[in-house]
Design a protein around this ligand. Structure first.
Ligand code: SAM
Length: 247
């Protein structure tokens, strides 16, 4: 069994250390403010042989800020089987790869889940898969919400059509805090559905543009939040995390 030795050492990618070769790093990057990255993430990105990016143009800004000149390659939800095969070949050749998404923690409502599953299936324990923790919008939102979070249900993005109604019923009946992601185009519709399903019985928190210039965290009933956004249409912009307090 191969064990990761990256817990404390500062030279994990030292070529002399053959036992620690062939590592696949899942590296969290900022969700807005480029300062929100760990020292370890910067080191791993510098020392990796290749960085797999959801969008290489987005990641380039981060790499430039930290003077990281590691080669990049694209991996996203549209990546083909032959791309995955190329990734396998690189791992077989002993390369260390780092996966990043456009923002936050890869594989959390982001590309990478399938790739990690495929790597585990192909290589078993012969490859070390190492998470490099950091920013995630859902955890940041929860931490500042004041809503009980010892137990919560994370729904990612809600479906646009099929299953949506059922999910709102589930949210209404949930005995756990519910967290999900929403886009500015759909936030109005989603709040209207919350008014319909939970009325004014539960507190809802909207966390918008976290870590960015227009960061805002507002809390109220679903009805109050609908009228807040109606009064301030400019606030229907950016990225949202929605938190619904348990019933
Ligand atoms: N993997 C990411 C993470 O760990 O947070 C999430 C990626 S998901 C494709 C993108 C969604 O996360 C956005 O549509 C939004 O709902 C939420 N999100 C990402 N960054 C955010 C931010 N700075 N403020 C609020 N929500 C954000």
């Amino acid at each position: 069994m191969t064990m990761s030795s990256d817990k404390t050492s500062s030279n994990h990618l030292d070529p002399a250390s053959s036992e620690t070769r062939r590592t696949f790093y899942i590296v969290a990057t900022p969700i807005g403010n480029l300062e929100d990255i760990t020292i370890r993430a910067i080191r791993v990105l510098k020392e990796a042989d290749i960085i797999l990016c959801e969008d290489t143009r987005v990641t380039k800004k981060l790499l430039e800020k930290y003077e990281i000149d590691t080669p990049t390659s694209n991996y996203d939800v549209h990546s083909t089987a032959s791309k995955v095969e190329k990734i396998f070949v690189m791992l077989e050749a002993g390369k260390n790869l780092a996966l990043v998404s456009d923002a936050g923690t890869p594989c959390i409502s982001d590309p990478g889940v399938l790739l990690v599953a495929q790597i585990r299936e192909r290589f078993g324990n012969a490859i070390t898969i190492v998470p490099i923790p950091g920013a995630s919008a859902l955890i940041s939102a929860l931490s500042a919400s004041g809503v009980p979070s010892s137990e919560f249900l994370f729904l990612g993005f809600l479906p646009h059509k099929k299953g949506r109604e059922t999910l709102f019923k589930e949210i209404a009946g949930s005995e756990r805090t519910v967290v999900f992601y929403e886009s500015p185009h759909r936030i109005g519709k989603t709040l209207a559905s919350l008014v319909e399903h939970i009325g004014d019985m539960r507190r809802v928190v909207l966390a918008r543009e976290l870590t960015k210039v227009y960061e805002e965290i507002v809390s109220g009933t679903a009805t109050e939040l609908v009228s807040y956004l109606t009064k301030h249409p400019k606030k229907v912009r950016g990225e949202f995390v929605v938190i619904v307090e348990k019933g």
